[in-house]
Design a protein around this ligand. Structure first.
Ligand code: FPP
Length: 248
């Protein structure tokens, strides 16, 4: 059943973050190599980006490659990097047509030069689009990001540009790679794992979490609608009481 019509268009999360997990297991189930799962995962990415455009989700962050993923077998890392380059190159015209603006967060300089070039080109081509902001987390980990922010803030305090008493949540936000984006309202993880794996630890402070057993290559529009519907059935209290929320 198409669940799209059940969605309350007045309560769409502005920012959805996704841990796309289960590509390897999906491939194994098909008797294929893990890389096959990553290739199929690209089809899910395409559908979910499209669904965001249709529903009005303004920001979509995808955890495409973590700092820890560098520890995978070299053939898998190389294949993932090649897949990134070919996908970005092939999909850019489609992203552009749909009004998607591409961003990348993470230690981008650690990616192969071909990948950095392809990313930069797509970021430039899509720079004026406004329908959906697609943020790829690449060679990203939240602890890496927080360490960088702390180092920069410490340097500013040391040279007197800011005072220790100026340090607050807003200031820290400004030193994170996500400084231009609102915090995610909904975080989805596929494949039955219930972890956040070093993903947006600071930014997910008040996000709603949605876990599904569906493996990423099987996660398509209707699964995304299910996640949005689950989000819409939650009461977001931000530390307040239910009465306070309902009386406002
Ligand atoms: C996790 O599944 C998935 C990844 C580490 C890579 C995600 C990459 C893609 C979906 C393709 C490229 C994406 C873009 C945005 C171009 P896993 O390998 O950990 O699966 P497993 O837990 O079953 O082993």
């Amino acid at each position: 059943m198409d669940l799209k019509y059940k969605i309350d268009t007045g309560n769409i999360p502005q920012h959805v973050a996704i841990i796309m997990d289960g590509n390897g297991r999906w491939a194994k189930q098909q008797g294929e190599d893990r890389i096959f799962g990553h290739y199929e995962g690209v089809n899910s990415v395409r559908e979910i980006v499209e669904a965001c455009g249709e529903l009005g989700v303004k920001y979509l962050t995808l955890y495409a490659f973590s700092t820890e993923n560098w520890n995978r077998p070299k053939e898998e890392v190389d294949a993932l990097m090649e897949l990134l380059v070919s996908t970005i190159s092939m999909e850019t015209p489609n992203l552009n047509k749909k009004g998607v603006k591409l961003h990348a967060i993470g230690d981008i300089t650690s990616l192969p030069q071909s990948c950095q070039n392809e990313l930069q080109e797509s970021i430039n081509i899509t720079a004026n689009n406004t329908t959906v902001n697609l943020i790829l987390a690449l060679s990203y980990s939240s602890k890496w990001e927080i360490i960088n922010a702390v180092k920069q803030i410490a340097t500013q305090v040391q040279n007197g540009t800011i005072k220790t008493t100026d340090i607050n949540a807003n200031l820290i936000d400004n030193y994170l790679t996500t400084s231009n984006f609102p915090d995610p309202a909904l975080m989805i993880r596929t494949s039955g794992e219930h972890r956040i794996s070093n993903f947006l630890l600071w930014q997910l402070a008040y996000a709603e979490f949605y876990f599904t057993d569906t493996l990423w290559p099987d996660f398509r529009k209707n699964d995304f609608y299910k996640a949005i519907l689950s989000y819409q059935n939650r009461e977001r209290r931000f530390g307040k009481t239910s009465d306070q929320i309902n009386n406002n």
